[in-house]
Structure formats: structure tokens, C-alpha cells
Design a protein around this ligand. Sequence first.
Ligand SMILES: NC(=O)c1ccc[n+]([C@@H]2O[C@H](COP(=O)([O-])OP(=O)(O)OC[C@H]3O[C@@H](n4cnc5c(N)ncnc54)[C@H](O)[C@@H]3O)[C@@H](O)[C@H]2O)c1
Ligand SMILES: [Zn+2]
Length: 370
Amino acid sequence: MNSFSLQTQLYSGQGSLDVLKRFSNKHIWIICDSFLARSPLIEKLRNALPADNRISIFSDITPDPTIGTVVQGIAQMQSLQPDVVIGFGGGSALDAAKAIVWFSRQFGIEIETCVAIPTTSGTGSEVTSACVISDPEKGIKYPLFNNALYPDMAILDPMLVVSVPPAITANTGLDVLTHALEAYVSTKASDFTDALAEKSAQIVFQYLPVAVSKGDCLATRGKMHNASTLAGMAFSQAGLGINHAIAHQLGGQFHLPHGLANALLLTRVIQFNARDPRAAKRYARFAKACHLCPDSANDTAALNALIHHIEQLKKQCALPTFIDALKDEKHTWSQRIPSMVQAALADVTLQTNPRVADASAIQELLEELL
Ligand SMILES: NC(=O)c1ccc[n+]([C@@H]2O[C@H](COP(=O)([O-])OP(=O)(O)OC[C@H]3O[C@@H](n4cnc5c(N)ncnc54)[C@H](O)[C@@H]3O)[C@@H](O)[C@H]2O)c1
Ligand SMILES: [Zn+2]
């Protein structure tokens, strides 16, 4: 049996921040990082909120939010008791806000509305039942999935993304493509998630290079914002796979940005998974759905076209190669493999990978990378 649910009320397009005008006489707590708290974007958010609201800000979120930050946030929540929580930022701020709200509600704190407002187009966290919290001491990122993590509202206003620099646009855009691909080949994929994943990936192939080179184009930013949310809807239902299970280790141990870690692995993972015949067929279908090869192409030609176009996209977006990105870590790489293998095996995203991957398969994949 398959199930599918959309639990977040979504508002999208230019001017969608105006939906915040509905909040009146509330205590609103904004959760963001220190960069956004100092940027003009926070003023845009403040200006969208009617003046009779009381606004507080928690701006201690760092990339890959930690257990410690979430605990600190829950303590502040207990003393502030806000009516509305707004997660404002990239996936790190949204995940932290979602986790703080989730645990606080379990402690009996009543929060009327949890709002997610992404300022990057990448994680889809605004519509997912997931959050990723890190333990910096162990170097492990823990993805958590629970239906209580869906935000109540999400606002996709492309105006908030035009300031994202090219490298972060590229990294986050490749995260979108990884979500779409992993959801598509997942063991839990369905017609519903396929439709979302295909549309998302079509947009990424067409618009990501433009978003990287012409970041001020609002129409393009709007498309990438939609692609990110579509892929989030897909993977929130269908799950992810080994690409994320390993990328979480590259983030946890080497602090690579999440989207970049995914991008560096993507074509190697496709080659690894495609040794499973069902997965190979699914990749071929994905390539055709994205118009990367003629409909008449056989499965091998379609698979090769997919790999070729992803590598081209990465070049167009000026992403580094795996070896360049991790050259300073080359000397410790083989020592780190055993702990990465164990953590990847325990990572919940591995469960829906199309090819069963045991410790020796993951080890082999990691050994081939550097
Ligand atoms: N919950 C989910 O479903 C999900 C899915 C995938 C990834 N994640 C997690 O999300 C995190 C990554 O999120 P991310 O890729 O959005 O990065 P991020 O949130 O860490 O942000 C990256 C950088 O971009 C900056 N930034 C954000 N918005 C900006 C803007 N408008 N202009 C200029 N700079 C801006 C931030 O200040 C930060 O320095 C990781 O921890 C990852 O594991 C969560
Ligand atoms: Zn991701």
C-alpha cells in the first residue's frame, strides 16, 4: 500500500510574503542564522508583518544545525512562549525551527502556527517531514523523519532568493536534482512522487545554469524555488537513498555543504545503483522524462545521457570535482572510511535505496572516490 499526504499550506510567487498580513496581535518568533538577521531580507520579513505583532528573533543557527542549538532553542521557546514560529533561511534554519517546534510541542508548549520561509532553493524542508540535526563531536548528521515535522505553512517568495551567491545557488540546485533522482529510483516511488520528481528535474536542467549566472532574474529564481519544493514533496513521501546516506557523512566529517556533497557523489552513485536492473530502467526513464535523450534510446544510451548531462550541468555551474573539493583530506580519507560506512549504514535514507548496499559495497564505493 502507498500513502500520500500534503500537510503544509503552500503560498508561492512574487508577493506571497504578504500572506503574513493575516497575523495580528501575535508574538512571532523568527528563527534564522546570523547572516540573515543582519541582511536586508529580515527587514522585508518584518515589513510584511503587521505592526501590532510582537517580534523576537533567535539568530544562533549555524550551517548543519547542532543538537546543542536545538536544545538552546527549546529553552528559549519555554521562556518566550510565542504564538507563531517562523523558520527563515536555508535548510539549516528551517530544520532547526522545525525541530525546536516539534520537541517543544511534545513538552506541552502550544504553538499555533509553524511557518517555513526558505531563502535558498535546495532542501525543500519547507514541505518535508524531515529535519537533519548534527552531533559535531561524533561528526554525524542525523536525518529525522516524522509527520509532526511538516510546517503548517510555507511561503515561496522568489524575491528572497535573488541574493544567493552563485556557488550556493549551484550547490543547493544540485541538492534539488539529487532529491528528485533519489525519490524517482526509491523503492517507495509511486506515480504521485514520479510526477513531482520529473517536473522538478526538468526545471533544474532548464533553469539552474541561468539561476547561477543571472541570479537577479526573478522568474528563474521562482522556477528554481518551485523545483526545490516539488522535489521536497517527492522525497518526503518516497524517501531518499545512498547518495544522501553518504553525503551526510561528508557533511558530518568534512563539513562540506550539503548540496555540494550530494553533487560530488551523484554520477558515481548512479553508476553504482544502475548495476541493479530495475534501477537502471528507472534512470533511463528519468533521462527520457527530462528530454536528455530521444524516446527511442535504449536503456544503456539513456543512462549514459543522464550521467553526461549531470556532469555537464555541474561544469556549467562551476562545481569542483570530488578530488578538488576534498584534496586537503586525501591523507585521512582511508582512515575515515570505516566510521563513514557504519554511519551510512545507520542513516535512515539508505532504507529506500534501489540497490541493497551492505558494508562492503559502501566501502568499495567510498574507496573508489578519492
Ligand atoms: N529537512 C529536509 O528535508 C532537508 C533536506 C535536505 C537537506 N537538509 C539540510 O539542510 C541544510 C542545508 O541547507 P541549505 O543548503 O539551504 O544551506 P544553509 O541553510 O546551511 O545555508 C547556506 C548558506 O547560505 C546563506 N544564505 C541563505 N539564504 C541566503 C540568501 N537569500 N542570500 C544569501 N545567502 C543566503 C546562509 O546564511 C548560509 O551561509 C543541511 O543541514 C542539510 O542536511 C534538510
Ligand atoms: Zn538533500
